[in-house]
Design a protein around this ligand. Structure first.
Ligand SMILES: [Zn+2]
Length: 418
């Protein structure tokens, strides 16, 4: 069976045909046998940080952070400064591998490596291309590491935006308003559409009001989190058609609060914020967190959100059918080995998604018409070798972390480091 669309759910019997990297009409091109399996559109993770892929379990000897700002100062703003080009490459390969094996075919990444900025987006794009992952990349511009690095961040975004690759596009990365001056935000806005953290924590309150005041809020903007937005700000986001990306597990993990997901309207997508790229798991967590508060939340909610993640990527790639398996759509899909114990229909598929389906069912994955996972194994790269190389790189990275102190930047004092 084929699930040709997630919003609304549309199922079809028969086989799938692929030609020239796209879903083809029946009988044209190469046939994908859909007998006894469930073929679904590849998942899109609308906000992630591949650079965190080697951070799991890393040693931590400082006092435990008390709040979100301290989490940044003591964990993530130490890790990003410890990354060199080899670390960036290994992180992208490891994160990309896990994405594909989980049935995620497109990653919208937000990258930071303040001591290896120039060319970093090409390093990531090369790594993802090697695996066969579709990606929307950007560099995290910020003033927290000084004016030279802020400029270098803007230039890296500008450079990458101009270089269109078959499987990669760019946005303009901005960290968050609270680590950026008006001048830097405006300079980013001149380069192209922004991908920015907005009101993830109370420390970034007023983020959207400021973007609006600077004339930067528009329909192409991607706002990650939106936890602490006021009613007027939410109304402004909806009026402009900017996309908000909800990262449920990250919000819970950082104790930043609960995003008002019901208020954002149709343009609400799902991301992991770097906690892997498994969108089955992320959509389940987001759904159950929502249901905890709202018993009327429909079981189709996660699928509508995932469809919105795909529409967001589709806009960047100028591929309006991305995230569907209709003729003409990019052939990005996952084959699920799922012996359904109850009927799968248009009406029941959402229930299967929420209560049963998971990345363990992902058997094969195709991106742009090429098999990139076959029988749970990557096709383009030896995944055991990749993991072994990533482990060696993680050891190097963790050792370097000892020499990186907590970041001194604080939004109140506006103290920059060189
Ligand atoms: Zn993020």
């Amino acid at each position: 069976m084929i699930v040709t669309s997630l919003d609304p759910v549309c199922t079809a019997d028969g086989d799938l045909w692929v030609d020239g990297g796209r879903i083809a009409p029946p009988g044209a091109g190469t046939r994908i046998d859909c007998d006894g399996v469930l073929v679904v559109p590849g998942n899109v993770c609308a906000h992630t940080h591949l650079y965190s892929a080697l951070a799991r379990g890393m040693p931590y000897a400082l006092d435990a952070p008390d709040d979100f700002l301290q989490i940044l100062q003591r964990v993530w703003w130490r890790l990003d400064r410890a990354l060199d080009e080899d670390g960036v490459r290994a992180s992208a390969l490891a994160g990309g591998m896990e994405a594909l094996l989980a049935g995620t075919t497109t990653l919208v990444d937000h990258h930071a490596s303040p001591n290896a900025i120039d060319g970093s987006l090409d390093v990531i794009a090369d790594a993802l291309e090697e695996l066969g992952v579709r990606a929307v990349l950007c560099y995290e511009t910020t003033d927290r590491d000084g004016p030279e690095r802020a400029l270098a961040g803007i230039e890296e975004n500008r450079r990458f935006l101009a270089a269109r690759r078959p499987l990669a596009r760019g946005l303009v990365g901005a960290h968050a308003g609270f680590t950026m001056s008006d001048e830097t935000l405006l300079a980013c806005g001149e380069v192209g559409p922004l991908h920015i953290h907005a009101a993830e924590d109370g420390v970034d309150r007023g983020a959207v009001e400021r973007l609006e005041r600077l004339g930067l809020l528009d329909e192409h903007m991607l706002l990650a989190h939106g936890v602490h937005l006021g009613d007027r700000e939410i109304a402004a986001v909806r009026a402009t058609g900017a996309t908000v990306v909800h990262n449920a597990r990250s919000n819970m993990n950082n104790s930043v609060g609960r995003a008002p997901v019901g208020a954002f309207g149709p343009r609400l997508a799902l991301g992991t914020d770097g906690i892997g790229s498994d969108m089955f798991e992320e959509s389940h967590a987001a759904y159950f967190r929502l249901r905890e508060d709202d018993v009327h939340a429909g079981v189709d909610w996660p699928l509508v959100r995932l469809a919105e993640s795909a529409r967001l990527a589709g806009r960047v790639f100028d591929e309006p059918l991305l995230g569907t398996l209709e003729p003409g759509a990019p052939a990005d899909l996952a084959v699920l080995d799922y012996p359904a114990p109850a009927p799968v229909t248009d009406g029941s598929f959402a229930g299967h998604w929420v209560f049963a389906l998971s990345s363990r069912h992902v058997r094969d994955v195709m991106v742009a018409g090429e098999w990139v996972v076959r029988d749970h194994r990557l096709t383009n790269v030896d995944q055991n070798e990749l993991a072994a190389r990533a482990c060696a790189e993680a050891r190097r990275l963790w050792a370097r972390l000892d020499d990186v102190p907590p970041h001194p930047f604080s939004p109140k004092e506006r103290t920059w480091t060189a």
